[in-house]
Design a protein around this ligand. Structure first.
Ligand code: EPZ
Length: 422
């Protein structure tokens, strides 16, 4: 098991290039199985989750080549509808294959992805919507899901919650359904818009992504209506936000390249409250941290365009050394404060009650031996370690490698004293 070792206190200074978006590429890879043709996808980040998705696609019979930047998928040779329990349980996002495989093969067996570090991760909204499209879905023994659908038929779907994954599953399944599907209360994240653009590039007819109401004109399983596609994925807004937090907490001066600032506006707004300055140029943004961070009064995580839950942990780290008290309210996930116990080991003064965390800024954090419990919580510990006095060891790097390409190399390139080792 690898760990990160950080000698804190260095102000970051320099340039970091932001990689392609994990949460855009995962549904796009799953969607690439429905065109029975070749999909060439650029700006594909070399992440553990991406490699797992590719393993599942190969398990389904697709031919996939990946050079670390561009993925080439030939789904014409797909010959299976069974996703192994091992792969399904390895990554929560495997559920995103439900719609695509059902649409392509007419059936699928997949393990319920189960909960993860963020608390129970039900898929009831996915299953309810796919049943409305005409799928028969059976919960078999020990969490195995079997679904079949001879003909998916478009319909009006009102999501009880703007679930990102459920929106994506419905969009993909509806492309080859008969007639129009309308998704109301759909997720509005930029990754949903990217998925719409990718599907339209292969011949689908979708509009409204990002607006909350999405219209998909099904091609009625006309297999030839979709064709090969070449596409470039958007940059990762959460990776960009994480490096913004790193620049802010260290009082650094960092230019982030390949950033769509609209996608991360709520994080920029919150960091401005802490005294961090931003200067935007084309697709770059310069982030200048203050000598002393002012308190951020309150942050409430919400579905896009609200403050992203995936930046909650990193901002808790920033707030833990601000000059005053801040409140974090996590409204999206039930249990997403596992990083707090680890931050307290570093001297942070944080009290958690359910979905609320009260963060009283301290003068300094002290380096400590801490452990990543989930992807963004692990990133938050690295952010805190960059500021802490002395040496911080962040154990269990595997969580962090799921969502950040070479985070230690990128931080070292702007002056951080950080290495990854066994
Ligand atoms: C996506 O997860 C992201 N993952 C998450 O990023 C992100 O935190 C989340 O959206 C919210 O923005 C990917 O895109 C791969 P949801 P997803 O369905 O689709 C409940 C990261 O760190 N819910 O919008 O699983 C659910 O329990 C990851 O990159 C149901 O109740 O999120 C949660 O409380 C973490 N029933 C809330 O909705 C369902 O059927 C939001 O979940 C589905 C979801």
């Amino acid at each position: 098991m690898c760990k990160y070792i950080i000698d804190g206190g260095k102000r970051l200074n320099g340039e970091i290039e932001i990689e392609g978006s994990k949460n855009a590429i995962l549904p796009i890879l799953a969607a690439a199985i429905i065109n029975r043709d070749v999909s060439v996808i650029h700006n594909c980040p070399a992440l553990r989750d991406v490699l797992l998705m590719i393993e599942i696609m190969r398990e389904l019979g697709c031919k996939v080549d990946f050079d670390g930047e561009t993925a080439v998928i030939d789904s014409s040779c797909m010959n299976s509808y069974e996703i192994s329990r091992k792969n399904a349980l390895e990554m929560r996002s495997s559920i995103i294959f439900l719609g695509p495989v059902l649409s392509r093969m007419g059936k699928i067996t997949i393990s319920h992805p189960g909960g993860c570090e963020l608390g129970p991760r039900p898929v009831d909204l996915h299953l309810k919507a796919l049943r409305m499209l005409g799928a028969e879905i059976y919960d078999i023994c020990n969490g195995l899901i079997y679904a079949k659908a001879d003909n998916l038929k478009g319909c009006e779907i009102q999501l009880d919650y703007p679930s990102v994954g459920a929106t994506e599953n419905i969009m993909i399944a509806a492309v080859l359904s008969e007639g129009e599907t309308v998704i109301r209360n759909a997720a509005k994240e930029p990754e949903i818009v990217d998925l719409q653009n990718f599907l339209n590039a292969m011949g689908a007819e979708i509009k409204g992504a990002g607006s909350g109401i999405i219209y998909i004109n099904g091609n009625g399983r006309d297999k030839n209506s979709l064709h090969d596609v070449e596409y470039t994925v958007i940059p990762d807004r959460i990776v960009a936000g994480t490096y913004m937090a790193a620049a802010a907490i260290t009082g650094g001066d960092v230019v982030l390249k390949n950033v769509i600032t609209d996608h991360i506006a709520p994080v920029i707004s919150a960091l401005k409250e802490s005294g961090t300055q931003f200067f935007t140029y084309d697709d770059s943004i310069r982030v200048k941290g203050p000598e002393k961070l002012a308190a951020i009064e309150i942050i409430r995580t919400l579905p896009y365009p609200g403050f992203p839950t995936d930046m909650q942990a990193q901002l808790v780290s920033v707030m833990s050394v601000a000059d005053g008290t801040g409140i974090m309210i996590e409204t999206v996930f039930e249990s997403r404060y596992k990083h707090v116990d680890e931050l307290v080991k570093m001297g942070a003064n944080i009290k958690v009650d359910g979905r609320i965390a009260v963060i009283r800024g301290v003068k300094a954090l002290k380096g400590a031996d801490v452990t990543a419990r989930d992807l963004r919580g692990g990133a938050a510990l690295i952010v805190a370690g960059l500021k802490a006095e002395g040496c911080t060891i962040v154990n269990d790097s595997k969580h962090i490698e799921r969502g950040y390409v070479n985070i230690e190399k990128k931080l070292a390139s702007v002056g951080a004293n950080i290495v990854k080792m066994q």
